[in-house]
Design a protein around this ligand. Structure first.
Ligand code: SF4
Length: 361
């Protein structure tokens, strides 16, 4: 195991120039037993917007966890050594008691956390979340919709307004997701520049689905949105421009290696979160609104029938969960979700750190 003296956090930061990694409070003493660094929770599958392309809200669960149960669940994540929790949905702000969960995460755990929302909530809720200790907010800046002019986007997007509101309220870390599609590919750079100049971190992800139920299959995706080989040259130029801009110190969340591979994987969607030869843990634990463990943010999987977050307290069950996760995931043809790819990049760094691998530096 890596000794305390070997634990050169600055060298790790230099190796993974990633804002999220910077916030991890890794405990060198517990490093050897750490299996997974991050988790995502679907606080609810309910939403107040119900976009037509969203599959999440189309799955209705018999019962969703109460906030009290979510508090128990995040305590389990803390005991497993998880360093970062992303609270998503559905729409997390429709769940009563969200601010209690935030307050618990802020005051009673050592994990960092963020809330992803469609920003359709009022000033009172914004204040309540900020006062509860919200540290990071992720808005969906919907550049997928109508042919929105940048000025209109600046003025009217609920996401942008909410980011400004939360900045005013002192929420320290603000982020926006931009989905690159065939519709907006030529406008992405303007939006990236605008957000970064406003002090908002930008997450970029190629579109992974179209309209309809077969959202994870590129063949079934809406042709007017999906990225195909005909977009490769424009995607390559966009990646280069984003990387250059990131090098100037712009607030761009994905790593250069993610952005660089976007023209290939963004089209083929063949990146895989698992090693096809060797079983291993998921890059992120993903927990559904009923507490069931999911294969990933994209798949509920067979795993959800057998494993819930509440079983993972038991060490043997946790190991069994890891084998079952790998079996489930290895049937997947792939994706290029930026959150999953970056989680895997950080997971690989963790593994190198644990073995003290010299090729890290
Ligand atoms: S869709 Fe999910 S299981 Fe498949 S490669 Fe992506 S993250 Fe992994």
């Amino acid at each position: 195991m890596t000794s305390k003296e070997d634990f050169d956090i600055q060298a790790i930061k230099d190796y993974v120039p990633d804002a999220l990694w910077d916030s991890f409070k890794l405990n060198p003493e517990r490093l050897g037993e750490l299996r997974v660094l991050e988790a995502s929770i679907y606080l609810t599958r309910d939403c107040n917007l119900k976009c037509q392309y969203c599959k999440i809200i189309k799955t209705e669960l018999e019962e969703e966890l109460s906030i009290e149960r979510w508090i128990e669940a995040v305590d389990i994540l803390e005991s497993l050594g998880i360093r970062f929790v992303n609270i998503a949905g559905g729409e997390p702000t429709v769940v009563k008691g969200l601010s209690r969960l935030i307050s618990h995460l802020d005051k009673n755990t050592t994990m960092d956390f963020s809330v992803v929302s469609n920003s359709l909530f009022g000033d009172n809720m914004a204040r309540e979340l900020a006062e509860a200790g919200l540290r990071a907010y992720v808005a969906s800046v919907d550049v997928l919709g109508d042919d929105v002019a940048l000025d209109d986007l600046r003025k009217s997007s609920a996401g942008i307004k909410m980011l400004a509101k939360l900045k005013e309220l002192g929420v320290p870390y603000l982020c926006a997701n931009i989905v690159v599609s065939a519709q907006n590919i030529d406008k992405v750079m303007d939006v990236v520049r605008y957000l970064s100049d406003e002090g908002v971190w930008v997450n970029i992800c190629p579109i992974l689905w179209g309209k309809g139920d077969k959202w994870d299959k590129i063949e079934a995706a809406d042709r007017t949105y999906r990225l195909g080989p005909e977009h490769k040259a424009r995607l390559t130029a966009l990646s280069k421009e984003i990387i250059e801009y990131k090098r100037t110190g712009a607030l761009i969340l994905p790593t250069e290696q993610y952005i660089e591979a976007m023209p290939d994987y963004g089209i083929s969607l063949s990146w895989k979160c698992f090693d096809e030869e060797k079983p291993g843990p998921p890059p992120r634990l993903t927990i559904d609104a009923d507490g069931a463990m999911m294969t990933c943010i994209n798949m509920r999987g067979d795993l959800s029938v057998k494993h819930s977050i509440f079983d993972l307290k038991d060490k043997d069950l946790f190991e069994e969960f890891i084998s079952d996760w790998w079996r489930d995931a290895s049937s997947c043809t792939g994706c290029y979700w930026s959150t999953m790819v970056m989680a895997q990049e950080r997971q690989e760094t963790l593994e190198r750190l644990k073995t003290g691998s010299s090729d890290l530096f």
